[in-house]
Ligand binder design. Structure first.
Ligand code: HGY
Ligand code: MN
Ligand code: MN
Length: 416
């Protein structure tokens, strides 16, 4: 396939302006974003994205999980489209670029093709996947997971947030539940641009990460049950302290992850104690253990060792424990042809680049199961993400979008 000419570049100013415009929707309290999935702010961000796509001449599609598809026609309407996108939903203390760069980078590919009057054989579809973050509704990458056949739509619709609101009801409430069957769309390929969310590219002075693999993820929600009691008048030997048991288990999580250094990681980001009153010994603790590794057998080992250690801790303390797997996916190897398109694009454009394994999960990890898929990464400042201080440079954004443009357009086959 003919590659785009080396001098073809996206419009970095326009991309940056769009990022800053989108960042005004669902602002955080410290310069980032709180645009959680299926909130009114999510709906507002979707509407802005749709307006921009329609202004770029795209026809819009919406499926029953709220996944958004903005299609730019190709010269061969029968040719399977090249999809390009990510997610607009953010963490509660999220940054302005996690996910958003990939959605607006996809739109920028279309805008640039329009500017240059370039036709491609395959249509190109800019995409926004619903609920990538998995914060309000576990698991992460929920809707790309339904699209890839990893979850049923009914199961997804029944997922509840902390207030007991169901996913399907909230999707309908915000007015973004479409009619299209989820997963009916077939893809020629899928590309996702994303910030690295880690320190490697910046530390190595590389503009571009050529993502060859994604590490696997395991989320286990643990419920420890003890007994509410007075923190003052209850003698220490009589206590059934679920909070203490959780603390001891979380020490084990850290120890187990370190035992598989340097690549495995482990922590708990979701932690609730009940009744969470200053003078009540916690009778219940609910928390989610997040283990990750590029190797499936390491993930399995960490899960098994944690279960044994946690059961020993609660048995010794006379408490109860329950485990529920609430998310997970195996390590991913992306499509070599698509990965080469990304690497060759970086080379052609003169951007420094290195192969990298994604530490974070992405919609591309599920879409890779149903279509040839690859990712492009750009650095982020101090490797920081899932923090309102998340920051990238305009040049990094433009470089990532340039490489995305070249990989997508080469795969979509320029016609004229
Ligand atoms: O959890 C993840 O890796 C992604 O940011 N949702
Ligand atoms: Mn993301
Ligand atoms: Mn994220």
């Amino acid at each position: 396939m003919a590659a785009p000419a080396q001098n073809l570049r996206i419009n970095g100013d326009r991309l940056w302006d769009s990022l800053m415009e989108m960042a005004k929707i669902g602002p955080g309290v410290a310069g980032g974003n709180n645009r959680q999935t299926l909130t009114d702010e999510d709906a507002e961000g979707r509407a802005l994205f749709q307006t921009w796509c329609e202004e770029a001449g795209c026809s819009m599609g919406l499926d029953q999980m709220g996944n958004m598809f903005a299609r730019r026609e190709g010269t061969d309407p029968e040719a399977l489209p090249v999809y390009v996108g990510s997610h607009l939903d953010t963490q509660p203390t999220g940054g302005k670029y996690d996910g958003v760069l990939g959605v607006l980078g996809g739109l920028e590919v279309i805008r640039t093709l329009n500017d240059l009057g370039i036709k491609t054989k395959h249509p190109i579809v800019a995409t926004n996947w619903t609920n990538e973050e998995g914060t309000r509704y576990a698991p992460a990458m929920l809707s790309s997971g339904v699209f890839a056949g990893m979850h049923t739509q009914d199961w997804a619709y029944d997922r509840e947030d902390a207030e007991g609101k169901k996913f399907g009801d909230e999707l309908k409430r915000i007015g973004w539940r479409g009619d299209e069957e989820v997963g009916a769309r077939k893809m020629h390929a899928f590309f996702e641009l994303h910030i690295e969310q880690g320190p490697i590219l910046e530390a190595e002075g590389k503009d571009i990460g050529v993502v060859t693999h994604g590490q696997g993820l395991s989320w286990t929600q643990i419920t420890v049950t003890g007994k509410d009691a007075h923190t003052g008048s209850t003698p220490m030997p009589m206590r059934k302290n679920a909070g203490l048991a959780m603390a001891r288990i979380l020490e084990k999580v850290d120890e187990i992850a370190w035992s598989h250094a340097p690549h495995a990681v482990g922590a708990a980001g979701h932690i609730d104690v009940f009744p969470n009153s200053r003078n009540v010994i916690p009778g219940k603790a609910v928390f989610t253990v997040d283990f990750r590794s590029p190797e499936l057998e390491v993930i399995t080992d960490m899960e098994n060792r944690l279960r044994v250690a946690a059961e020993d801790i609660v048995n010794e303390m006379g408490l109860e424990i329950a485990f529920e797997k609430v998310g997970g996916f195996d390590p991913v190897k992306f499509d070599e042809t698509c990965v080469s398109a990304v690497r060759n694009a970086a080379e052609r454009l003169g951007y420094s680049h290195t192969d990298i394994i994604s530490g974070a999960g992405h919609d591309a990890c599920w879409i890779n199961r149903v279509a040839p898929t690859a990712m492009v990464m750009c650095p982020c400042v101090d490797g920081l993400s899932h923090n309102e201080a998340e920051e990238i440079s305009k040049d990094w954004a433009a470089a990532g979008a340039d490489v995305l443009f070249h990989a997508v357009v080469e795969t979509a086959e320029i016609v004229g």
